[in-house]
Design a protein around this ligand. Sequence first.
Ligand code: TXA
Ligand code: MG
Length: 348
Amino acid sequence: KTEVIKIDQNNMDTEALERAAAIIRDGGLVAFPTETVYGLGADALSAEASKKIYAAKGRPSDNPLIVHVAEFSDMEKIAQEMPEEAKKLADAFWPGPLTMIVRKNDKVPYETTGGMDTVAVRMPNHPVALELIRRSGGYIAAPSANTSGKPSPTLAEHVAFDMDGRIPMILDGGPVGIGIESTIVDLTEDIPMILRPGYITPKMLEKVIGEVKMDPGIIASDSLQKPKAPGMKYKHYAPKADLILVDGEEEKVVAKINALAKEAVLLGKKVGIIGTDETIDRYPEGEVVSIGARSDEDAIAKHLYKLLRDFDEKEVDIIYSESFATPRIGQAIMNRLLKAAGHQVITV
Ligand code: TXA
Ligand code: MG
């Protein structure tokens, strides 16, 4: 049985945090909130503890974990060398939704890095996470706290659904703030390379460190170009139902989704539709949900995974979604949606 403890980030129950930290120091697992998604934490410097994460998630062992720290100086202690960009980016964005990849030293076991010689490090912007990291010894390895392949958890309830009985404790800090995982930037390349788009955009990074590249492997819809972050190659974030994106001008998208929904309903299928506040009244057929106002990118990011999970519970057979290539974080949102859809896109 998994213990779920509510914790108020403005008035933290230090006794509960201390118990959670004790579990991690003893080599166990605790799920905790961050500003992006919930993490499944273990002592990052213990090979045995890291292995437990892979087992609890059903995660392939070649998919490395992110090491969470509470101080920049703790990153320096596990890196073989610190590229000059690291300090600049940390000053600009830490604590925050940015993960940096550097070469690791032998303090970090290969179990934590999926066999790689590099390590991904992030300082989360959440008081519960930071306090837990400090009390646990400074280094918490934490992937998103979902079963491998499912959408990342944005509520403690999602974690409980996936992890109940598999881990001793979940710290419930309420809904997360951002809702999609951190931006990952690889600083071991000549030109820093974004391996996973997120809330911190290429433009924001470029203002601080100059030119950055985007990993070509995450843009390609085929499997010819492998993404550099092992986790980005898996079909991921996926709801149980088939998800199909419809892209184009609003009027045409609504008409196409309605035509597809009607056809599917006639075939006896249960249909889900993801629209926006602006369009939901125009879908007469299916389980219709709004992801938020199209102009509100933050709301779209925040609701995406919950919507996908809710459709699992409604047991729909097929989901049609509008696409959300919004100006600032649309790249990150579309990256997740395209993966959830297995790149099934209809352009109208
Ligand atoms: O926002 C986040 O980053 C959340 C919260 C909990 O902090 N964590 C998260 O972790 O999304 P996870 O394990 O679900 O995703 C980590 C991604 C994977 O795609 C993994 O392959 C990649 O980071 N990664 C980790 N270490 C790497 C490394 N050394 N080289 C390349 N990719 C790496
Ligand atoms: Mg994940």
